[in-house]
Design a protein around this ligand. Sequence first.
Ligand SMILES: Nc1ncnc2c1ncn2[C@@H]1O[C@H](COP(=O)(O)OP(=O)(O)OP(=O)(O)O)[C@@H](O)[C@H]1O
Length: 605
Amino acid sequence: MAAKKKLGKSLAPAPTKAKEKQEDDEGLFSSRSFADLGLHPTLCAHLQDKMGFQAPTRIQAQAIPVAMSGQHLLVKAATGTGKTLAYLAPIVHLLQMREPRVERTHGTFALVIVPTRELCLQVYGIAQQLVHRFHWLVPGYVMGGESRSKEKARLRKGISILIATPGRLLDHLQHTSSFVYSNLRWIVFDEADSILELGFGKAVEDILGLLGSRNDASDQNKSKSDTLQRQNLLLSATLNEKVNRLANISLKNPVLIGLDEQKKPSERSSALGKKHTSLLSDDEEEILEKRNDIVESAVDDFKLPAQLVQRYVKVSCGSRLVVLLTILKSQFERQVSQKVVVFLSTCDSVDFHHNVLSQLEWSRGLPLDTDKKQKFLNCKVFRLHGNMDQDDRKKSYLGFSLEKSAILVCTDVAARGLDIPKVKCIIQYDSPGEASEYVHRVGRTARIGEKGEALLFLQPVEIDYLRDLELHGVSLTEYPFQKVLDGFPVDGQKPLKRKPISLDMHPWILSVQRTLENYVASEATANKLARDAFCSWLRAYTAHRGELKKIFMVKKLHLGHVAKSFGLKEQPSLVGRAHQVQLKKRKKEQKHERPTKRRKHPAKK
Ligand SMILES: Nc1ncnc2c1ncn2[C@@H]1O[C@H](COP(=O)(O)OP(=O)(O)OP(=O)(O)O)[C@@H](O)[C@H]1O
């Protein structure tokens, strides 16, 4: 149950106990209206009439009054429950009321820091909609991949609500002298844990330092009036121990929403690592201790949309790609209009699978190898990953968003925060690693109460991953793939007349694999992509961290079968040679490291 730990002075009337109880039982939406929360009537009318939001979600009903009261805020709420509006609506409300009226020359009042470029554009889009009736408020964005000089020009003119990715923001803070942030009132970390997971921790510390918004001794620029003015907000569907550090240095007496109140402090503390108190003065210790205690409670079960159907499919390594193609084919044949997102582990792998899914041809009816060919999958296929250039990234993201029926093949760059309408199914073809990433990937469907399905591919040797997910309260049932397979005609026979055939010997699987291998062997581009994807996939597989290394073990893989899953008839010799070279190198190094008589002599400088 989402818990409201402490509510500050709210502009809205306090809800009665009965009303609160009713809300807990109701699920996604609150029984209160936007006006009840204290938002300006013009903003309420815009939310209802133009954006189609009839009532606030529960998380919005909890967070908006607190955000308007000026207190720091830490929010943990399931994916797709409307966290963006929970922080943007109060910011717009308070800014439009400000006297004297906000002008562009006043610079930036609100800063929203997000982990990815797509999320940056998305939040900017929502901010644009919200200020529609308040033309004097100007939203804007700065992010990696965009022209710095154009951004500088926009910052010089003045941006009241600035959405930014951390690296580019730091760059402007350090080098754009015309960037005015002396009136900064809010700093929001959307997907706070991801910002840190992606390695932006140092950038974030520098940003907070430069903005004078750190609680600790290293904050040189802070004055008393700054501290009173500033309000920081941290939000995510998953909060982890890294957020603890960020909360420590950026939040002061935060109000906590959506954290598990039931757990005892002793239970919580085992979930987290050490506390980062060294930078704080003695009189701040007490506050921090309380805060740590609370932040720790964030590390418990993850919150997933209740209506999401979660399943896994157990597939031997060599048959993986054929099974993926078969499932997609079956889905699009059953329902022509739908959107599916397929998550993969690397950029090269995305490029290869995008090529296969969009280009592979086959012959309708069996045998599969006749001359009349047509596309194996009859739908548009988009791709999205971090190595694409910015224009292509934008085109893909917008293209997939606007389509009624399409597949998006992507890396985790699309896992966080993206709100793409009508995504029906999430397929995690490569496992996500950390359970928190699982939660965010599947969170791209079943948003704001809609139905959604998620399917996780696992090899038999990886099946223990299910236990890892269960530790976080995530449980999956098995997907009936055999049933899907039996639905396809084989040698003209109708499914019901046939006896069930095992997966690896199934004529359908064998035929599609043959078609795939012929395609990869005959198309030079596909062949190159397959080889590159094979190498990068293996590298990613070895990069699993901590406990996951025991589940995803490279030495348990049959590399010939891995190659098969990329449509390659053999394991690429290039990789074999590279491995040999590396192995030799490692042996040589080990030999040198062994203490020998010769090493007793001083080393050459
Ligand atoms: N009160 C509301 N009524 C109806 N729809 C809403 C409401 N608030 C937000 N939405 C819609 O719900 C969807 C999800 O919102 P949002 O992206 O803010 O979720 P989120 O909680 O931030 O998700 P994630 O954790 O994945 O980032 C969006 O399409 C948004 O327009």
